[in-house]
Ligand binder design. Sequence first.
Ligand SMILES: [Zn+2]
Length: 343
Amino acid sequence: MKVGLVYDPIYLKHDTGQHVENAKRLEAIISYLQQTQLKPQLTLIRPRAATIDELSLVHHTRYISHIQDVAQRGGGWLDVDTVMSPDSYQAAVYAAGGAIRASEAVMDGEVSSAFALVRPPGHHATSQQAMGFCLFNNIAIAAKYALTKYKLERVVIIDFDVHHGNGTQAAFYNDPQVLYISTHEFPFYPGTGRIEETGSPGTGSTINIPLPAGCGDEEYLQAFQQIIVPATQRFNPQLILVSAGYDLHWADELALMQVSTNGFAQMVRNIKGLADELCGGRLLFSLEGGYNLRALAYSVKATFDVMLGNTSIEDPLGQSPPRFPAPNIEPLLRTIKEIHTLS
Ligand SMILES: [Zn+2]
């Protein structure tokens, strides 16, 4: 069983200075994968640049030109938290191309599953707006690319980043071929992702699971078992894509969730189980958030371990020290099940 790693040092050239989303994130992951001897177990896949046509699957051409122009002018701030350097356009084009390459490698059977370790991240980027550290929506572009090139009819995107993937939701809100399922802290940035946002009337192809602060491994497992697993089984996808953000780790200071590295492994086990059961194992991950460097590196490695079928998971940071009591999310899950008729 081959597992692909999409990576290229070009991703380090998106220079954000002292910003929390910086090149040290990928450096920490890659060096930990090397240090733990995991990297030799993976099949390295080099990304390519996404073409303008491929970027246009999700973004307006005027927006793409604007991002290119900002880079050519030396970079700058696109909104209060999204910044570009001169090489950011190229890095972003390769980030989208990395997610595309991951989908090609999986669909062509070069590997059974793949993880695109890319930056800038993507899930907040809309058709014509950069936001939340994101320039191009890598996972949405890869999903549209796979639907088009391989003539797929049903793909599922699972987004477990602690923030709601507003850009991805918008890209597929009217598209019955794509089931978008997101768990996210709520209320929180970017403000979207309410349970009532269920895709255009009649499609039901968006499932939002907005979780209160303080959720940990147990609550995420409940959300998977009660909603994500049965909803994905019912949709019966031909490919599963994952917006993999690790900012719900308890040690991550950007949010207030309490998930451990073992908790990520448990979520990925559920997702891999769905891919094995429903779509011949075809599964790809694309990196979104995750800002505590140790938590990020340990949890990405745990993700690869599960993809490889390795049973022992190292969790050097362990469980969250008690900070606040875990919330009772049963009533919320029950309501979401009713909305989506998941008995
Ligand atoms: Zn995030």
